[in-house]
Structures are given as C-alpha cells and as structure tokens.
Design a protein around this ligand. Structure first.
Ligand SMILES: C[C@H](O)[C@H](O)[C@H]1CNC2=NC(N)=NC(=O)C2=N1
Length: 93
C-alpha cells in the first residue's frame, strides 16, 4: 500500500472535516456521555478495525476518545487510514 502524496492527503481531508492532520497521522477526538459510553464506542471501533485489518492508536480519558490513524507498515498515511476514518464517521451516523 503506497503512501499518499500531500495532494492526495489534502483531497481526503476535505472529505473528512472532523479529522486533522498531525505529522504522519490523522486524528479525531470524540466526546462521549461518560466512561462506559467511551468504552462502548471504542469496542465498535475495534470491530471496524479488525474487519479492516487496520488498527488505530486509541487514547481514552474518561469520556474523551482520541483516535489516531496512520499506516505503520508504510511509514505514513495510506488509503487504509482514510477508509477507516470514513467507516468510523459513518458508524456515528
Ligand atoms: C500483518 C498485519 O496485517 C499488519 O501488521 C497490519 C495490521 N494493522 C495495522 N494497522 C496500522 N494502523 N498500520 C499497519 O501498518 C498495520 N499493519
């Protein structure tokens, strides 16, 4: 899976307004109702990730969940990252 060019990253980011670029990652922070809701959300993300064979870095702090996506094997962003970001966004409706 090839790394995306800067232009390709910019195109994808335009489709994913809730995600921001931080170095070689795309990041979104979600605020849930409380800690159990945050854990439930992460469980849903885990199933999406497992289905995709692509796994985010996840940071849970009480009711906030920070999801960071990058493709470690490629050393940067690939289509896989934006596909998983889209799946997470769609899961939320
Ligand atoms: C063998 C296995 O498919 C790879 O190690 C996958 C698993 N999940 C992964 N997830 C992420 N985020 N980056 C990877 O490079 C990656 N590689």
């Amino acid at each position: 899976m090839p790394r995306l060019s800067e232009a390709e990253i910019a195109e994808h980011l335009a489709q994913r307004p809730d995600w921001s670029l931080e170095d070689n990652e795309i990041v979104r922070t979600f605020r849930l109702a409380n800690f159990p809701a945050a854990i439930a959300f992460v469980t849903h993300v885990a199933f999406l990730a497992e289905a995709a064979g692509h796994h985010p870095d996840i940071d849970i702090r009480y009711n906030r969940v920070r999801i960071a996506l990058t493709t470690h094997d490629a050393g940067g962003l690939t289509e896989k990252d934006f596909a998983l970001a889209a799946a997470i966004d769609e899961m939320l409706g």
